[in-house]
Design a protein around this ligand. Structure first.
Ligand SMILES: Cc1ncc(COP(=O)(O)O)c(C=O)c1O
Length: 357
């Protein structure tokens, strides 16, 4: 059994126990009602194979994200597309941020790529400085593919689209593929300045990967998409993909389910309030350092106390980040959850840190 080292295994861990799972960053509002209704309707489609070209789904996604559906491909979660895209690119020398999402490395290693790591500095809150990054690329000319998450996971650091354009231009001119994973970007109230989707041009050597998992709270449904700069890349990738990897439930998702302003607004309202609550309360817990995050999770450091063990004894699961490249023992990631759950987390952390109320 490989060690996948991810968050979100609260249910497996729990057995008979009730575990509060802060290790996976899923929207606590749960699935939108419109989506539940849509899934129920799709039950009757299960007796058919899904359309192997996923035309309707790609059109719906294209309409929602305002991108040419013929330059979109879908996958069984964005992780499948990460593997498919990396397989298609055939990079010799990939560059990854450290820390960042672990599956990029597995995908590159599977394809025999050599991996270099660009270490983000703790002293700079693990922020990526785009000019320094481009300077690094100038000094490492063998790099032919970069895969980064925007916002980054586990740090929550966010690049804006102008910084990404600067990087994309460098990549275009130096034969480098840039993969931008926007798995968490839907949690931003205003994506316009951050998502690269509306920036993507035919001649960019850029692929954007998106996920419906986190925002729509459907880790078990599995639906992700890749947006390509041109048709050639999509066609090559489609030729190499297994058929029907997206199931009929996911394939039946319609534009009105995705574009649900009430659900989006409720999510943004919850997130703003709970981020403020967590930031205020964590700031007063002295042994813990909280790094700035643009989205629905935070990286913490606490070298003095084993927060993972201490919280698990109190039936709270957080993500132990000691196995990320670029992090060591004493780093953790917490999700932003519902108010009552966040209160339980803060109360438990106060006890663990010896704060008396
Ligand atoms: C940055 C990032 N990208 C992609 C994924 C994969 O998401 P999914 O395959 O559920 O779409 C994850 C999951 O944790 C993630 O953190």
């Amino acid at each position: 059994m490989p060690n996948f080292n991810h968050g979100g295994y609260g249910r497996q861990l729990a057995g008979q126990r009730q575990i509060l799972d802060f290790s996976a960053n899923i929207n606590p509002l749960g699935m939108p009602n419109k989506l539940i209704a849509n899934l129920k309707k799709s039950i009757s489609d299960l007796i058919y194979y899904p359309d192997v070209t996923y035309r309707a789904l790609r059109e719906n996604l294209g309409e929602y994200y305002q991108y040419d559906p013929q330059k979109i491909w879908v996958g069984n979660g964005s992780v499948e597309l990460i593997f498919n895209v990396i397989e298609t690119i055939e990079a010799k020398n990939a560059l990854l941020l450290a820390p960042s999402f672990a599956e990029y490395e597995r995908a590159f290693l599977k394809n025999g790529s050599q991996i270099d790591r660009y270490h983000l500095a703790e002293s700079n809150d693990f922020k990526l400085e785009i000019n320094d990054f481009i300077s690094y690329l100038k000094d490492h000319q063998s790099i032919d593919c970069i895969c980064l998450a925007n916002p980054n996971n586990p740090t929550g650091d966010l690049l804006n689209k102008y910084q990404l354009r600067q990087l994309a231009n460098y990549c275009n001119h130096h034969g480098i593929w840039l993969i931008i994973d926007e798995a968490f970007i839907d949690f931003l109230d205003d994506q316009r300045n951050f998502s690269f989707v509306q920036e993507l041009q035919d001649d960019d050597s850029v692929v954007i990967i998106k996920s419906l998992t986190k925002f729509y709270a459907i880790p078990g449904l599995r639906l992700g998409m890749a947006l390509f700069p041109n048709h050639q890349f999509v066609n090559t990738l489609m030729e190499n993909c297994e058929p029907w990897s997206v199931n009929a439930f996911a394939a039946g998702i319609t534009t009105d389910v995705l574009a649900d302003p009430d659900f989006s607004q409720a999510t943004f309202t919850w997130l703003a309030a709970e981020k403020a609550y967590l930031e205020k309360n964590l700031a007063s817990l002295k042994p813990i350092k909280m790094y700035p995050s643009a989205v629905n999770y935070y990286l913490l450091s606490c070298p003095e106390i084993n927060l993972y063990d201490e919280l698990l004894q109190r039936d709270i699961l957080i993500r132990n980040c000691d196995n990320y490249h670029g992090l060591t023992t004493g780093y953790y990631r917490i999700a932003v959850k519902s108010h009552s759950e966040n209160v339980q987390l803060i109360e438990a952390l106060e006890k663990v840190c010896g704060v008396e109320n």
